[in-house]
Design a protein around this ligand. Structure first.
Ligand code: UGA
Length: 463
């Protein structure tokens, strides 16, 4: 007799098979879902990369300005094919008035650059700024100026003037009518400590700009740039006239500015660039440069630190033709407005005819002893300076400066109207507000307001 089938074995086998089937199908499910997950992650990553490339400058946008690290800036701006970036540049460069200028301002986050950019924008011109935000003085101040400019619709890009590719790209995007070239290594005495920075900015940088404007820009822009009163060097004839010799520079700074004037002549001569040089005389005012004496003296007086005052070996005073920023801005705009067109053929061809080449003093016409400047600050700050008077060291300083501005007055109506006391008052007002300084005046004003409030409360309580 055949034995009955072993049902328990068959059902065990069946259970085992179904277990195996379940394992296989769940393994398949896991494999399929991880594959889908992998594809989705890959897709998301690609999408992110694409979005980054599309918007790379805007993604570097911090607050209200383009921001990138000093080393990545040029690459990121250049590698960008961003239509959005170009649109922002064009928007900033487009004038809002008929026949308005379209100006590329170099050193736009600098002291003079900020004021000129604002003035141009206010009257309806288009402005795009570039600045390398170097650390010669507190970059935070330059960033604050950049934010101020952004609020007024002026875009300032992180860019160095030695980056010819970037300059060329800017000229491709915008047919600038003018360049206001203010980017430079400033400061007279610092040149003994860091000579190469003067050559890099004031000579190589100037050549980069002239090269691009002459050979790449179409149309060629008219250029107005910052020279310096320091080119008069050890000149003893006063007041300084543009007709005087300028071949005795006392500092490397002065020598690089003088070299700049010679280089300007060459680019004007060969390529027909219209070039105007402006010799600034110790420009001061709100949003100024912390390395300058009036600024650093203010800081020292307020914090009770001693200041060093230079005087001549024979005991006479060192004098400067201190010039207020608002007067200088008028001079810069006047020079831009009267600049004639360049005459060169874009692409570096020879000029079609002679082009304008000008040089002007922009000073105040009334030199003031540095000690007088200090006493004005003492009055405004209501605090005495601790003075350490020493003989002028041989580190590039000149005994005095004094501008004759009749050429600038004749050609574009330049007439400085601000005396040192008035200008310093405006500077001190800005300084105490910007740095939140508690001056005696501010403390008294606060006490007065608090006292009035207490009186009002007392009167209300007794009513
Ligand atoms: O007009 C110009 O061409 C130049 O003006 C200024 O150069 P400077 O006149 O030397 O301006 P400050 O550095 O502010 O010095 C002003 C005066 O204070 C004096 N000083 C400066 C520093 C100091 O510690 N003590 C002192 O007595 C200087 O000798 C000078 O007479 C700017 O710093 C330069 O960038 C500019 O190009």
């Amino acid at each position: 007799m055949a034995s009955p089938p072993d049902t328990s074995k068959a059902s065990k086998l069946e259970r085992y098979n179904s277990y195996l089937r379940r394992r296989v199908s769940s393994a398949k499910l896991i494999a399929a879902s991880s594959y889908i997950l992998f594809r989705a992650t890959l897709l998301a990553a690609l999408l992110l990369i694409f979005l980054f490339l599309l918007h790379s400058p805007p993604l570097l946008f911090s607050g209200s300005h383009y921001y990138s690290s000093p080393h990545s800036n040029h690459r990121s701006l250049l590698s960008s094919s961003s239509a959005a970036w170009e649109q922002d540049v064009r928007r900033s460069a487009t004038p809002r008035r008929a026949d308005g200028l379209s100006v590329l301002v170099t050193g736009a986050a600098g002291f003079v650059g900020t004021h000129c950019s604002l003035a141009l924008k206010r009257r309806g011109d288009g402005v795009v700024g570039v600045d390398n935000f170097n650390a010669y003085y507190d970059p935070a101040l330059k960033r604050s100026r950049q934010v101020l400019l952004a609020r007024h619709g002026v875009l300032v890009l992180d860019a160095d003037i030695n980056n010819v590719a970037l300059l060329a790209k800017l000229f491709d995007v915008v047919p600038f009518s003018h360049v206001l070239h203010l980017a430079a290594q400033a400061g007279v005495r610092y040149a003994t400590r860091n000579p190469q920075s003067y050559v890099a900015s004031n000579v190589a940088g100037l050549v980069s700009l002239f090269e691009t404007a002459a050979k790449h820009a179409d149309p060629q822009p008219s250029i107005v740039w910052a020279s310096s009163s320091s080119v008069y060097g050890l000149n003893t004839e006063a007041p300084f006239s543009e007709l005087h010799q300028t071949d005795r520079p006392a500092s490397l700074y002065a020598a690089t500015k003088k070299a700049g004037e010679a280089i300007a002549h060459t680019y004007n001569h060969i390529y027909g660039l219209s070039i105007t040089g402006l010799r600034f005389f110790t420009v001061y005012g709100p949003w100024g440069r912390p390395d300058m004496a009036y600024f650093s003296f203010t800081k020292s007086i307020l914090s009770g630190k001693p200041i060093t005052l230079f005087r001549m070996p024979d005991g006479t005073a060192v004098q400067r033709d201190f010039t207020f920023i608002e007067d200088v801005v008028k001079g810069c705009l006047g020079a831009l407005d009267t600049a004639k067109k360049s005459t060169g053929v874009a692409g570096g061809g020879k000029k079609r005819g002679p082009a304008q080449l000008r040089i002007y003093n922009l000073g105040n016409t009334s030199p003031v002893p540095v000690a007088k400047m200090v006493s004005i600050l003492e009055d405004l700050l209501r605090k005495k300076a601790k003075k350490n008077v020493v003989t002028l060291p041989q580190n590039g300083d000149v005994p005095f400066t004094h501008a004759n501005v009749s050429l600038a007055e004749r050609d574009f109506g330049y007439r400085p109207t601000t005396d040192l006391a008035t200008g310093l008052k405006k500077f001190v007002k800005w300084y105490v507000e910007y740095y939140g300084v508690e001056t005696t005046k501010r403390i008294n004003r606060k006490r007065k307001i608090a006292g009035e409030e207490e009186e009002e409360e007392g009167a209300a309580a007794s009513a």
